[in-house]
Design a protein around this ligand. Structure first.
Ligand code: SAM
Length: 181
């Protein structure tokens, strides 16, 4: 995976994501070297990068400095079991790519503003047939993403085999309903 090329799932839906991202801060969760968040930050979006890896976060800051863009980084272990890591109703868009820690799903959903979006893409159980990751804790089951978002509007859902390189992934773009008055 090239660290600077954003996910095709993100670029394929860029118009929709930019429209939503313009309404509030964006979170690139478990951002790694920031390929997805930096792509949006370069377009003038306020992106927050969260990861436990300090070196990656330092790299993101350095790239941002060299390009004259503002970024917000937070070094955080997302798997301590503590709740309250996320602000409520705060982000216009939460992006999660190639990371899975199931206990975070309710918190991620709660962190999104009404009418905000989650874009989530990661490997499925079939990935274990061809390589890594192969630990089922890190692999989505068939239709699992749809099950997480039964109470949201599902804008797009895909699952299956992708090429170059071969991999099995699922992705979802889901929008939180507007708050009831
Ligand atoms: C496969 S990388 C994906 C990075 C990025 N989302 C992308 O698609 O390029 C997984 C990321 O999850 C982060 N990560 C793994 N466990 C974590 C934890 N407990 N807390 C915070 N970040 C974690 C790793 O540091 C790594 O950057």
């Amino acid at each position: 995976m090239d660290p600077v090329i954003p996910s095709e799932y993100l670029t394929d839906h860029l118009g929709l994501l930019l429209d939503t991202a313009g309404t509030g801060p964006v979170l690139d969760l478990a951002c790694g070297a920031g390929r997805n968040g930096l792509f949006l930050a370069e377009k003038g979006i306020e992106v927050h990068f969260w990861d436990r890896n300090e070196q990656d976060l330092a790299k993101i800051k350095s790239i941002a400095r060299s390009k004259g863009i503002m970024v917000f980084t937070r070094q955080i272990d997302l798997e301590t079991g503590q709740g309250g890591l996320f602000p409520s109703d705060h982000f216009s868009l939460v992006m999660v790519f190639r990371y899975l820690h199931r206990p975070l799903i309710p918190e991620i959903k709660n962190a999104v503003l009404p009418e905000g979006i989650v874009i989530y893409e990661t490997f499925t159980t079939r990935q274990a047939e061809i390589g890594k990751p192969s630990n089922p804790d890190f692999l989505l089951k068939e239709n699992e993403l749809l099950e997480w978002f039964t109470d949201w509007e599902v804008i797009d859902h895909q699952q299956g085999r992708l090429e170059n390189p071969e991999r099995y992934m699922a992705g979802i773009i889901a929008r939180k309903f507007q708050a009831k008055l």
